[in-house]
Ligand binder design. Sequence first.
Ligand code: PLP
Length: 465
Amino acid sequence: RPADELADAAPAVVDWAVRYLEGVGERPVLSEVAPGWVRDQLPAHAPEEPEAWDAILSDLDRVVVPGTTHWQSPRWFGYFQANSSAPAVLAEAIIATLGTQGMLWQTGPACTEVETLIMDWLAELLGLPDRFRSDGPGGGVIQDSASSSTLVATLAARDRARAAGARLDDLVAYTSVDAHSSVEKGLRVAGLLADQLRSVPVDGARAMRPDALAEAVAADVAAGRTPFLVVATVGTTSTHGLDPLGPVGDVARAHGAWFHVDAAHAGAAALLPELRWIHDGLEAADSYVMDPHKWLFTAMECSALFVADAAPLADALSITPEYLRNAATGSGQVVDYRDWQVPLGRRFRALKLWAVIRRFGAEGLRAAVRGHIALAADLEARLAADARFVLPVPRPLNLVCFAHVAGDEASEALLGALNATGRVFCSHTRIDGRYLLRVSVGQTATGPADLDELWALVDRLAPPA
Ligand code: PLP
């Protein structure tokens, strides 16, 4: 019986988790295993007989942990955050215990209604415009990823434009050259071709240029095409460029295009009243995504998509075979979130975000995010004061980008040397051809000592100017 096995094995699994988290900061951040090593350590065939949890846990230590790149290390500074936290870990266990499949309100009333409520909480915590609250035609919904959130917005935008008479081949979408690849992927999945996406140039701070957007849109309209989607980014993946939502939204609105805002990573900063300005102009958006599974401690997967009007989502995505019909749906009084996403089935992800928000409290969340930004500012100041480094792009939030003055070779060598220590992991990008190191400061457990250690390594390993 499941309950018996839980009673027997859970303490050992929890012990394992506690040991892992206590020791993760001492492990090489980037896994050192060679391709194929993990698989080679494990039996080629499934066991015929049940195995003990001891055997499974010992394989975690022997194989899985060495084969893991430790996103939960306090000295994780790579790409962006994929933060877990104790409330998220425990809530995941509860989600699997309930094993809810919340495709319909009827198959998960709590799954559905907690999600509606928690998305309203999140909208309030982030200071999002009222149009994203559930008391109007729109609201929030949890998807597995920002990529899915953007895809769903793209599908809704596509079908809204077609319903208004546009031909699929004539549709054109716009985003900045620094937008995340998920925008292009969403268009591909939506059946559009590469030449139906315009990559709009950015300014020196890597923000989309509204004048260039307006020009591109005007040229397409003159050629008989239909601008149907504009995607702005709050915190681009490369450098945290912040597109000006007001002017970009004005262009979208003037042409009846769907305006989607991708704040997958950086949106969490809007928890802080002093940083709410990153969302200035969001009132014009049709949809908005931020990922609690990045910088909001909620563990993969939890992407929060907000729409001003859910009807276009349902128009694009709702198909109702007989076996899904039920009285609650028929009453029109419930939300069936299957109509707001691509898959039918859905997990009780809201429970995880609920647990995180309740255990941190709004002030705890703000303090954590504010602390990360302060640490990033401190690192930025140290780099700026050192003649060996340049910071070619601004740091609005928790991402610091820098280069060695001696050029790309020195920058690339520095990144390699830093990561080879195993004590930290940083990543890189290329902007206008120049190689930049990226330090994303925001892991759940990162504190001042971790930044001090990173700085000591940078200082020791960087060659002279
Ligand atoms: N958008 C931005 C701005 C990102 O930084 C990322 C990060 O990878 C994504 C979208 C994709 O996120 P996800 O992995 O949730 O699809």
